[in-house]
Design a protein. Structure first.
Length: 319
């Protein structure tokens, strides 16, 4: 069976292909999709922060009264009770984000160095096993850790008791210990991402650098300090930026482990905003907190770009 030739491109089609508007036409569907999925909800959230939208006005939200910056004043006012809860949640979120990044980096770079430098059979299998926490569905892993941290039947308490590290079971899911519970769980779920990124970066470093350092009598620490760290710094910098934005808005771990009534140390900012909006029905105040959270993340992105530009200028001057 003979195949028909495609129809020739008409003059109109040629004009479109040669038009300066063609690139904009090609990315138009993506821009439209991004506008519907991201920009439109953001705009609605910002708009809600200027209206009085609560349990009394949600039934007819299009006619909610406009109150301007009054919601922002309420959130930052100590008399309304929002400020203390917001600052507490914000402080624990910052601590959670930074400690999670440090923990994930240490585990990720350590595992990447071992897998990259030690040659043995089954290295690809070990690599796949180390990626298991990242591949595992988050809710499944979090639920397992929740049972492991159980007060009476949890494996963590039983192990610590058998090792005579503690005299009685520890309450992990409430109180001050809840912060360390969600932190340990989150690091276990997230460190594999750092591992695969840093491993890919380490594999681009020529082996001659390590060989030359060995001939000069460099110790493993000096190789790491003067070869690995400088050559992985660009990738590490980008990963720190991405993970800061991801970790700062973490919601799943505290929600699955603690529910909607966590102890203050586990009440991360994203969960606090959700609870304020959809459990207490203070949609306007929740929108204000979400706007503040977005501003913090955009400010972090701006500072990172400034520091990157300053570092690049310094490197050019050194050349």
């Amino acid at each position: 069976m003979l195949m028909r030739a495609p129809p020739p491109i008409t003059n109109g089609g040629v004009a479109i292909l040669n038009s300066k508007w063609l690139p904009y036409l090609l990315i138009a569907p993506t821009i439209l999709f991004m506008a519907i999925v991201h920009f439109f909800p953001m705009a609605v959230g910002i708009m809600i922060s200027f209206f009085k939208l609560n349990v009394m006005t949600i039934y007819n939200w299009t006619k909610a009264p406009f109150i301007g910056l009054a919601n922002y004043t309420n959130v930052f006012s100590a008399t309304e009770g929002y400020l203390d809860n917001f600052l507490s949640s914000f402080g624990y979120t910052i601590a959670f984000t930074l400690l999670a990044q440090i923990g994930c980096y240490i585990l990720g770079i350590g595992a990447a160095l071992i897998v990259n430098e030690v040659d043995y059979r089954g290295r690809s299998i070990v690599r796949g096993i180390l990626l298991f926490p990242f591949i595992l569905p988050g809710v499944v892993g979090i639920t397992n850790w929740k049972y492991m941290f159980s007060y009476e039947m949890g494996m963590v308490n039983n192990l610590l008791l058998r090792m005579n590290i503690i005299d009685k079971p520890i309450v992990w899911l409430t109180g001050q210990n809840s912060f360390w519970t969600i932190l340990i769980t989150f690091i276990w779920l997230s460190w594999s991402f750092w591992f695969i990124v840093l491993l890919a970066n380490l594999q681009t470093i020529p082996s001659m650098y390590y060989e030359a350092a060995s001939l000069d009598g460099a110790s493993p620490w000096h190789k790491f300090r003067y070869i690995v760290m400088p050559l992985t710094a660009p990738v590490t910098r980008v990963t720190w930026l991405l993970t800061f934005m991801w970790y700062f808005r973490e919601f799943t771990v505290p929600y699955v482990m603690m529910g909607l009534s966590p102890s203050p140390p586990a009440n991360l900012l994203a969960l606090h905003i959700y609870t304020e909006s959809f459990r207490l029905w203070n949609f306007s105040e929740g929108a204000v907190m979400a706007v503040i959270m977005a501003i913090i993340l955009m400010g972090t992105l701006y500072l990172q770009q400034r520091s990157k530009k300053s570092l690049d200028d310094t490197e050019l001057e050194s050349w």
